[in-house]
Write a protein that binds this ligand. Structure first.
Ligand SMILES: [Zn+2]
Length: 97
């Protein structure tokens, strides 16, 4: 038997495969920690959008989908790579009290 004692399927080819499979399932099934599959999926989408933008020379202000989309849109509009060739003016911020 190569599986760990807590394994439900008991069909893994190695003890390591069994443990890692169990770890992945545990990770994806932890909505109480905000680590459910959909959150992970959103992170993945944001990160891949961010990486795509960076590969085109664009440097978004952040890794969130909104920042990346803004940077890509601004680059499309101007034909230049946002963050590298140009940048938007920093918005005025209320001074700290
Ligand atoms: Zn197993």
């Amino acid at each position: 038997m190569t599986c760990s004692t807590g394994c439900k399927t008991q069909d893994h080819t190695s003890y390591a495969a069994c443990l890692s499979d169990k770890a992945v399932k545990t990770f994806l099934a932890s909505p109480s920690k905000g680590l459910d599959g959909s959150t992970q999926k959103r992170w993945d989408a944001e990160l891949s959008a961010y990486r795509n933008a960076r590969s085109e020379g664009i440097q978004p202000d952040g890794t969130t989908m909104r920042k990346v989309t803004e940077a890509v849109k601004a680059s499309d509009k101007t034909g230049m790579a946002y963050g590298r060739d140009f940048n938007v003016a920093t918005p005025m911020k209320a001074e700290a009290a």
